[in-house]
Design a protein around this ligand. Structure first.
Ligand SMILES: [Zn+2]
Ligand SMILES: [Zn+2]
Length: 347
């Protein structure tokens, strides 16, 4: 077994403590990754605090992971020692169901092994995430990372990056597309960067007027304070695509009305309460409303390669492990530009 040092929470109070545990030995198809950086995703906070009702403790969160490959199994072909590898939201799946075969392993019909707060394919062995010193993973579920990029700013791409990239690709955002991004947080700021890089004209919608300068600096052409009814009315019926990244309860009909003919709005935030949808908001204008959840391994690799080619990373604040709880509090208050990343090298 491989000795691992991590940071775990033991109940919904979400107090982090050093936690020693073991990972499996490196099998023929496994690689061992010495973790350098782990991003803090808002879903880490929900799960650490037990807010989704699916939490198992002890829990070592973290599914935005970048590190050095320090050992490879004898059947490994994709990685060699010294490469940089990434791990996203899941680390294994059945590989045989219709979704796995199509490269949508996150929707495996048998068992998706979440990177933490999940179980391995035996559905018994707990998985522990990236707030730790290392990870053992089958090479088929690890991602190749360009070593010349700023690795601490690459880590959030493994969740926030793919979550926003996948729907932009699915709905064919490209040159000339008129795109709205609702919310300018960890997801929203990646949505702006990616949509701008694809040639879209981006409008950012936020409740905070103070975010206008940041939105413009990220490449957005327009900024609308969503509480300003006149400003919202001025863009009604003009957008081809809207990416809604907000996890707080909000009125989606107000945004559906901003779509032009056959425009689509995609939800990637996770408000917990069901939301009322007016049929009028969908029917007039032939609008679509869809959801999107992370991405499979092939598309996640495509996203990382795209970001390397276009020099796209996340805007981050680097912290040390003793600052995780403070970072959680600040993330809940949206007081982060735009992702906390934990430096695991000096842990
Ligand atoms: Zn995440
Ligand atoms: Zn499957």
């Amino acid at each position: 077994m491989i000795q691992t040092k991590g940071y775990a929470v033991h109940d919904t109070s979400a107090k982090f403590e050093p936690f020693d545990f073991e990972r499996r030995d490196v099998g023929p198809r496994d690689i061992l990754i010495d973790i350098q950086y782990a991003g803090i995703c808002h879903s880490d906070i929900h799960q650490a605090k037990g807010e989704w009702g699916n939490s198992t403790y002890p829990m070592v969160p973290g599914h935005e992971i970048v590190g050095n490959v320090t050992k490879v199994g004898n059947a490994v072909t994709k990685f060699k020692v010294g490469d940089i590898a990434g791990i996203g939201c899941f680390v294994d799946s059945c590989r045989e169901c219709v979704n796995c075969k199509a490269g949508h392993e996150q929707a495996c019909k048998v068992h998706c092994c979440w990177t933490y707060n999940g179980t391995e394919m035996d559905e018994t062995t707990m998985t522990f995430g990236g707030y730790s010193s290392n990870y053992v993973i089958d090479e088929a579920y690890a991602l190749k990372v360009d070593p010349t990029q700023d690795l601490k700013a690459v880590a959030p791409l493994l969740c926030a990056g793919i979550t926003t990239y996948s729907p932009l690709r699915r709905f064919k955002v490209g040159p000339g597309s008129k795109v709205g991004i609702v919310g300018l947080g960890g997801l929203g700021h990646m949505g702006v960067k990616l949509a701008v890089s694809m040639g879209a004209a981006v409008t950012v919608f936020s409740t905070s007027p103070s975010k206008e300068a940041d939105a413009k600096a990220l490449g957005a052409q327009h900024f609308v304070v969503s509480r300003d009814a006149d400003a919202m009315a001025a863009v009604a019926g003009t957008l081809d695509f809207i990416l809604d990244t907000v996890s707080a309860d909000h009125d989606v009909n107000a945004y559906l009305n901003l779509l032009g003919w056959e425009g689509t709005m995609v939800l990637v935030g996770l408000p917990t309460a069901p939301m009322p949808i007016s049929a009028f908001s969908l029917i007039f204008g032939n609008h679509g409303l869809a959801g999107s959840g992370i991405g499979g391994i092939p598309e996640t690799q495509e996203m990382l390669d795209y970001c390397a080619e276009h020099n796209i990373t996340s805007d981050i604040e680097l912290i040390t492990p003793d600052q995780i709880e403070t970072a959680y509090d600040r993330t809940v208050k949206s007081d982060v530009r735009y992702r906390f990343v934990i430096d695991m090298q000096n842990a």
